[in-house]
Design a protein around this ligand. Structure first.
Ligand code: NAG
Ligand code: NAG
Length: 121
């Protein structure tokens, strides 16, 4: 392939990768704008540590970052976060997981943590 073709292809792929799948956000969900918000990071870290409590051996996840997220007010705040995390028992790089946490006034509930499927809720 000629170099400029390759560059064009690379640019296109980069652009495609930057578009977050087909996640359409509609009410009551709101997209989280600041993915580095310490509160949001705290929710993600908490969710991963809850998840890890039930995992035996080296299959634990190591949280890296929040890559996408939505929240909604449902008697408290429900967060669905897409996180990049490393599975300690695998040699493959970071993968994306979808984490659901229900953050209420006095309690925080772990809802789910699954491999990201590109959809939301
Ligand atoms: C851990 O396992 C218990 C018992 O099966 C379950 O009730 C709980 O929801 C699990 N927690 C997580 C974070 O998966
Ligand atoms: C991590 O990898 C192990 C081994 O393949 C697997 O059993 C486990 O379910 C994985 N953990 C997650 C969160 O996908």
């Amino acid at each position: 392939m000629r170099p400029h073709c390759f560059l064009a292809l690379l640019t296109l792929l980069t652009l495609l990768a930057a578009v977050p799948a087909t996640r359409k956000v509609s009410a009551p969900w709101k997209e989280i704008k600041d993915l580095k918000d310490p509160y949001v990071i705290g929710i993600a870290e908490w969710g991963v540590s809850e998840y890890n409590k039930n995992v035996t051996g080296t299959n634990k996840l190591v949280f890296q970052s929040v890559t996408w997220g939505v929240s909604a007010f449902i008697s408290g705040t429900f967060y669905e976060l897409v996180i990049a995390a490393k599975n300690q028992s695998l040699t493959i790089p970071l993968e994306e997981y979808k984490l659901g946490v229900w953050d209420q006034f006095l309690t925080r509930r772990f809802m789910y943590l699954i491999k990201d499927d590109g959809k939301f809720v």
